[in-house]
Design a protein around this ligand. Structure first.
Ligand code: BG6
Length: 488
């Protein structure tokens, strides 16, 4: 059934995110019948376009980024009708009265949402001008794209500026990883089954691995990316959110504050890294030329928009610890990077070995249980168990998986994370969004690493595109007698 009608105003409306993710997601929700009649999408950016020109852009974007079997001429036409465009300059007074004009007579009817898909440096100024233009009603909502700032101070400043215009309950800080089906499934896995939770602690878990690998490079976002790097772009937000969902205690309910309170405790328990830990427990990398999935690709330094001699990392591997009773002594190994051999995200829970073996050596090596949550692609949960190989020749053991494939089991299309999250804003449900204190706690920890790198003058280690990062990332885990999980 449709949700309440909305007016989604998207700042950064001509940008990569809007065209690649937001418009396709809104189209798909419209196609699913969730968009009420009278809903509008008002794209805003500095470019001097008229609404018809913008609709042509949106038309092309939807056709390009939505699967062919979900394109439907009538639905596309209806969707484009909902689109409007206003040219507004976030840093001057230009265009704001035009934007305000679009809301005349709309009153308190449709849910009013401002989506800021711009550089975070514009979040404060845009909020101020929204207020100045009289557009901020008590029920209005604002969505902030990551990254919120580039360190703790800038994040605090942005949160304060936005917080001067919108109440915390009106602010939706998006981390699209929280909208991914398998990420939400972590909650089901842990708290809708009795099997895992009793074992989910340092007594039974040896370590945890989280890998978020991408094949793409910086993709024309060189200017943004070079000021950011993998730690700010991926670890501070997406990977830490995954750490939270794996590491948190059972929330008292699924209510928004309950889940966010538990995530916050994990973030606050992250052991800060001193300069020495940064040297021993983190590895930065930067890709060189190579080949990814068969195609030759240039070095990071030769990508458009990257200054010569850039010291930005495109890969991070690190070992962190959650200093609390549940996790004391259990390392979490994280790695993420661009231009790796495959696009693949997964969480590996490695259980401890059995305490005593009754099997003869000839039975083969006993491998400890391993639970693998594959977030993308081919969403699945696999539990690796030891089993007896069939046959009359005595006891031979082998590891074999119990495999829950989401595509096979549920068969349906998985909505993109943005589809879920954009509609959660319309519904007024912020559970899967980051609260101010979460963002700041995540920065407080990430900053200890940024500072360590700075004071060590750490330069990223080179890795060839199409490999799993610098050899130091492999050494990071092998030094501890463990290995990164590889698909058999
Ligand atoms: C974004 C990062 O937040 O996440 C990008 O800015 C990255 O650099 C992207 O490519 C990865 O998201 P996904 O959904 O493709 O895993």
């Amino acid at each position: 059934p449709p949700l309440p009608a909305f007016d989604y105003t998207v700042f950064g409306g001509t940008g990569d995110l809007a065209l690649r993710k937001l418009l396709p997601a809104l189209y798909l929700r419209d196609r699913a019948g969730q968009v009420a009649a009278g809903s509008r999408i008002i794209a805003v950016s500095r470019s001097a376009l008229d609404p018809a020109e913008y609709r042509a852009k949106a038309d092309a974007a939807v056709r390009r980024h939505v699967a062919a079997d979900e394109l439907d001429e009538e639905l596309i036409a209806r969707f484009l009708e909902r689109l409007d465009y206003v040219s507004v300059d976030a840093t001057s007074s230009e265009g704001w009265s035009d934007l305000a004009g679009r809301f005349e007579g709309r009153g308190d009817g449709p849910v009013r949402i401002f989506y800021l898909a711009t550089s975070p440096s514009l979040f404060g100024p845009i909020c101020d001008r929204l207020k100045g233009a009289g557009l901020v009603t008590p029920a209005a909502r604002v969505v902030l794209e990551k990254p919120i700032g580039r360190d703790l101070d800038s994040a605090r400043a942005i949160n304060a500026q936005v917080g001067a215009v919108f109440a915390e309950s009106q602010i939706y800080r998006i981390d699209h990883y929280l909208g991914k089906e398998t990420v939400q499934n972590l909650l089901a896995l842990r708290f809708a089954n009795s099997l895992f939770e009793p074992l989910w602690n340092a007594n039974h878990i040896d370590h945890v691995q989280i890998t978020v690998a991408e094949t793409v490079g910086v993709e024309g976002r060189g200017d943004y990316y070079d000021h950011s790097g993998a730690l700010r772009d991926m670890v501070q937000n997406h990977l830490l959110q995954l750490v939270c969902l794996v590491g948190m205690e059972s929330p008292v309910s699924l209510a928004q504050e309950a889940v966010r309170d538990e995530k916050l405790k994990v973030l606050r328990s992250l052991k800060p890294m001193g300069v020495e830990d940064v040297g021993a427990c983190t590895v930065r990398g930067q890709y060189r030329a190579g080949a990814v999935t068969g195609g030759a690709v240039p070095a990071y330094a030769d990508e458009p928009g990257i200054p010569a001699g850039s010291g930005t990392e495109t890969f991070v591997a690190l070992k962190l610890e959650i200093a609390n009773w549940r996790w004391a002594g259990v390392p979490f190994y994280l790695r993420t990077g661009k231009r790796l051999p495959a696009k693949m995200s997964e969480i590996v829970i490695q259980f401890r070995p059995i305490p005593h073996s009754i099997f003869p050596q000839s039975a083969g090596e006993l491998q400890a249980n391993r639970l693998i949550v594959r977030l993308q692609p081919d969403e699945s949960i696999r539990l690796h168990l030891m089993a007896k190989e069939p046959g009359p020749g005595g006891m031979r053991l082998r590891q074999a998986p119990l495999n829950l494939s989401f595509a096979e089991t549920f068969g349906s299309r998985f909505p993109d994370a943005y589809e879920r999250l954009l509609m959660d804003v319309v519904r007024g449900n912020p559970t899967l969004f980051m609260r101010r204190d979460e963002v700041e706690a995540a920065w407080a920890w990430a900053e200890t690493i940024l500072e360590g790198w700075k004071s060590r003058r750490d330069q990223p280690k080179p890795y060839i595109s199409g490999t799993w990062g610098p050899s130091q990332a492999i050494a990071l885990i092998e030094r501890d007698g463990r290995t990164w999980h590889e698909d058999e």
